[in-house]
Ligand binder design. Structure first.
Ligand code: DUC
Ligand code: ZN
Ligand code: ZN
Length: 487
């Protein structure tokens, strides 16, 4: 018997990339895509994909996994449960956070998270370096060393007491990132405005979950975006603005990109498919939907779809931040917490692709190529994930085979550890049925096939997204002709 040409052939499916949709067989050898073409020779095993879509596995570039919140609350997932749910949802790569707490060094933070992920992860993973304490050790030593070692993205918060960096610290982080070659990702909301609003509402007894949305005025997003972009221009440092939620925020980004500032930006399914009305439910139920920034209005949804269509926003991430609806999570402050005491976040890793496929492909918003681009190809390129995000010879065989016709009514039965599904009750069309990660079947026939710990750390080279444009502001570079070179 001759040795089969391929380990696996996915036969007769319709392949989609960010630029093309075409019928072909796909041959896998080892961990990589070895051939794409018509009538490929038989593989050692065959997957019949006729009538199905064969898409790159999703890349979720923003998820909080096994992370201790600023308030000291452990989120509901381990790397095993979070990445299991990712796999069931068609996602094969995640970028989560190595989240520094102020008392801990960034280097130790990364090695601790890396140990947890090595033990549990089922899909491939990378880390954003989340800096909460930008002291000398962090900036001058740890950050540079970790970036050079391949952790090429840094995350900072402009709000939240326990993790926030002030303007000077933000500039320190941005400059260190520029020198070492990393993208700086930012949760950008005006800290003072959020605190002021939150305190006034609370003092007056407006504490139900729906007031969470009131406590995050859209101006908080707009102001922080402007400030951040001004810093990015001064230092010529590429940034990625996380979870854009408002029409006004998207407009600020469009204008800045229009004048050549190197900005990337993401939004999330809950800003496209939910409004603040989700928070307005009887009793404390709305706590399940509390996240920051909050869901907004229908007009914002439309503006965000438009911004995605125009390329102002390039990435769709989940911002998976799972807390159970019990005393370990959302109700940790008691059975009836005020909105300020409710842990922020929702599970999203598993539902990101199915709900977006339904909206973008089944219901026709932006279409299949754009779905692939925004959920896989662009995040892989922007974050320089080697071999990820597309179907091409030599790429990792990270593949989700979709039944585009399958209708599913969503229930509270996700494969993570959260215990509820914020999209439960909706009926969607399109479902990822078989999922492969580096040539290994991880999900098939509704069952998990891969082991905890089979996911791999992705280290990254400095790529296009992390490169400055070269337009370092002369005000910074030469002290506006007074000869003060600050760089
Ligand atoms: N907001 C964040 O900024 N992070 C985690 C979850 C959330 O809602
Ligand atoms: Zn955030
Ligand atoms: Zn987040």
């Amino acid at each position: 018997m001759p040795t089969p040409a391929y380990d696996i052939v996915i036969r007769g499916g319709t392949l989609a990339t960010a630029s093309d949709v075409f019928r072909a067989d796909l041959g896998i050898r080892g961990e990589t895509i070895a051939a794409i073409g018509q009538g490929l020779p038989t593989g050692a095993s065959e997957i019949d994909a006729s009538g199905k879509l064969v898409l790159p596995g999703g890349v979720d570039a923003h998820c909080h996994i096994e992370q201790l919140s600023g308030g000291g609350l452990m989120n509901a997932d381990t790397f095993e449960t979070a990445t299991r749910s990712a796999a069931f949802g068609g996602t094969t790569s995640v970028i989560s956070f190595a989240a520094q707490h102020r008392a801990k060094s960034l280097a130790t933070t990364v090695s601790d998270y890396a140990a947890l992920a090595k033990k549990g992860a089922i899909v491939d993973y990378a880390f954003h370096l989340m800096v909460a304490n930008p002291d000398e050790q962090t900036i001058a030593t740890d950050l540079r060393a970790l970036i050079s070692a391949g952790h090429r993205s840094v995350k900072v918060f402009m709000t939240y007491d326990a993790v926030q960096v002030d303007d000077q610290q933000l500039l320190d982080v941005m400059l260190a990132a520029r020198q070492a070659g990393a993208l700086v990702c930012v949760h950008a909301e005006n800290h003072g405005l959020l605190k002021w609003m939150g305190e006034r509402l609370t003092k007056r007894g407006y504490v139900a979950p729906k007031y969470h949305a009131v406590s995050h005025p859209r101006a908080a997003e707009v102001e922080a975006f402007h400030r951040l972009i001004a810093f990015s221009e001064l230092l010529d440092q590429p940034i990625c603005i996380f979870h854009v939620s408002t029409a006004e925020g998207a407009k600020v980004i469009r204008e800045a990109r229009g004048r050549g500032v190197k900005i990337y930006a993401e939004t999330c399914p809950h800003y496209l498919l939910m409004t603040a009305a989700e928070l307005d439910r009887p009793g404390i139920e709305g706590a399940k939907w509390v996240c920051s920034p909050p869901q907004r209005e229908a007009a914002d949804q439309e503006a965000l779809w438009q911004a995605l269509a125009l390329g102002d926003l390039q990435i769709l991430s989940s911002d998976h931040a799972p807390y159970r609806f019990d005393e370990s999570g959302k109700l940790s402050a008691g059975p009836n917490p005020g909105f300020k005491q409710i842990a922020n976040g929702m599970p999203g890793l598993e539902m990101r692709l199915p709900v977006l496929f339904d909206a973008m492909v089944s219901k026709g918003k932006l279409g299949l190529r754009k779905f692939v681009e925004l959920t896989a190809t662009a995040p892989a390129q922007i974050y320089d994930l080697p071999g990820k995000g597309s179907l091409a010879i030599g790429m990792d065989a990270d593949i989700a085979i979709w039944d585009a016709e399958r209708k599913v009514t969503l229930a509270d039965d996700l494969h993570d550890n959260t215990g509820y599904n914020p999209f439960a009750g909706r009926t969607i069309t399109g479902w990822p049925e078989t999922v492969l990660r580096r040539g290994e079947i991880v999900v098939e026939d509704g069952a998990l096939r891969a082991a905890a710990g089979s996911g791999r750390l992705m280290l990254r080279a400095a790529g296009e997204a992390t490169k400055p444009t070269g337009r370092l502001s002369p005000e910074f570079d030469e002290g506006r002709n007074f000869g003060a070179k600050l760089y």
